[in-house]
Write a protein that binds this ligand. Structure first.
Ligand SMILES: Cc1cc2nc3c(=O)[nH]c(=O)nc-3n(C[C@H](O)[C@H](O)[C@H](O)COP(=O)(O)OP(=O)(O)OC[C@H]3O[C@@H](n4cnc5c(N)ncnc54)[C@H](O)[C@@H]3O)c2cc1C
Length: 382
């Protein structure tokens, strides 16, 4: 019997931890390398649609997340000033009946904690910033910024939008700044005073900007908002993915929005801003023993709330492909062939920022199950 392949996963974000959990479940040997010295409660709200929840169910996390997150009543889309409803999609029992899993609004850190619980600590090296990769016929040598080295049969780049592994797969390609910025805040709902928000995921649509607001917990004790508006982004660097923003500036930018929106912004103790980056679909997601997933190969605008869900799907399909094909080249080719068309379609749809504004059929997104989707692509492999 051949020796199991050793797999190094670069990045313990949403995609890296999902891949590790799925691969451990399928009996593979994995080691995760994460640049951060420890996991902090960073980030903000995140939406997990039924397609992602089916993937997370497969690694045993559905019940835990349902206990923590809010199952929003509806996806509520309204005009920025009058609050007139333009579209409302029920997200509770109807979602489950139609797509076989719940829809959740969560704090990213609660999702990350759950994923971390599915990957025993001895599989994770923290403070390990990948700085170099050398491919050989029989494996890959990895080097880290602190001088450590390692070796693996295969390397998965789950290292996000500024991926170091992507540099080796296709050469450095900088993501493109869109000239739009998201301001985000998460804070205790008690800071809203007497204001009670609805239990929907509400998007207030203005002519050139919008804001999404929801509770991130089942207990309704934490509120999240995320705006999106045009702004000069010359301040943005790879390190400043979440710089602190100016609350007074933000209030002025949304002064023409409905009073409820203004109250939610005014109650925030502080706000972070995040320059929106995009990338055209890459020519390939793999080279030799290296393969990419998530933001490393298809960063997308957050307008469909599918960046993390699509990444989670990638991780499950990649794990299944590696389990199904003993030759990694075949596994990578099948993985890319079945995942890239879907991820590219999501990138395109997200960039148009029309999702759910008016009546929308989300079946092609929410109906997907990464654990059962065929690994054979619809068209023949090249
Ligand atoms: C800290 C953080 C907070 C976020 N908060 C939100 C949010 O609130 N809402 C939302 O919708 N999206 C958020 N995102 C983005 C969202 O999580 C991603 O779009 C999605 O999860 C894609 O996941 P990913 O695993 O591809 O990338 P990421 O989740 O970005 O994970 C990449 C991981 O790789 C690590 N890494 C990068 N380079 C190296 C290297 N050279 N060596 C080792 N490790 C490396 C990073 O530290 C990170 O842990 C956040 C991302 C980050 C990193």
């Amino acid at each position: 019997m051949s020796k199991p392949k050793s797999i190094a996963i670069i990045g313990a974000g949403i995609g890296g931890l999902t891949a590790a959990a799925a691969m451990l479940k399928l009996g593979m040997e994995v080691t995760v390398y994460e640049q951060a010295p420890q996991f902090a409660r960073v980030g903000a709200g995140i939406q997990m649609s039924p397609n992602a929840m089916k993937s997370l169910r497969g690694i045993g996390l559905e019940d835990r997340l349902v206990e923590t997150g809010l199952q929003p009543l509806t996806s509520l889309n309204v005009a920025h000033d009058t609050g007139e409803v333009t579209n409302e999609l029920p997200l509770r029992a109807e979602m489950f009946d139609r797509y076989g899993a719940p829809f959740l609004c969560l704090h990213r850190a609660d999702l990350h904690d759950a994923l971390h619980s599915a990957v025993p600590d001895h599989h994770i090296h923290r403070g390990a910033r990948l700085s170099g990769l050398v491919q050989h016929d029989d494996g890959v040598e990895l080097s880290f910024a602190d001088g450590r080295t390692a070796r693996a049969d295969l390397v998965i780049g789950a290292d996000g939008v500024h991926s170091r592994v992507q540099d080796e797969v296709i050469g450095p390609v900088n993501p493109v700044k869109t000239g739009r910025v998201a301001y985000r805040a998460t804070y205790p709902a008690a800071l809203l005073g007497d204001l009670r928000l609805n239990q929907s995921r509400t998007k207030w649509w203005g002519p050139d900007r919008h804001i999404v607001i929801y509770y991130t917990t089942k207990a309704l004790d934490e509120v999240y908002f995320c705006t999106n508006q045009p702004e000069d982004v010359s301040w943005s660097t790879p390190e400043s993915w979440s710089a602190e923003g100016d609350l007074d500036y933000l209030k002025a930018e949304f002064a023409h929005f409905h009073p409820e929106v203004r109250a939610v912004i005014a109650a925030a103790p502080k706000v972070h801003k995040w320059a929106m980056l995009v990338r055209d679909p890459l020519p390939t997601w793999h080279a030799g023993r290296l393969v990419l997933l998530g933001d490393a190969c298809h960063p997308m605008l957050p307008h469909m709330a599918q960046g993390a869900s699509c990444t989670i799907e990638d991780a499950v399909v990649l794990a299944r492909a590696l389990a199904a094909f003993s030759d990694h080249r075949e596994a990578f080719a099948h993985y890319e062939a079945v995942r890239k068309p879907r991820a590219s379609e999501m990138q395109l749809e997200a960039s148009q920022n029309k999702w759910m504004r008016r009546r929308t059929d989300p079946s092609w997104v929410y109906g997907y199950d990464a654990w059962s989707t065929p690994l054979e692509p619809e068209t023949e492999l090249a």
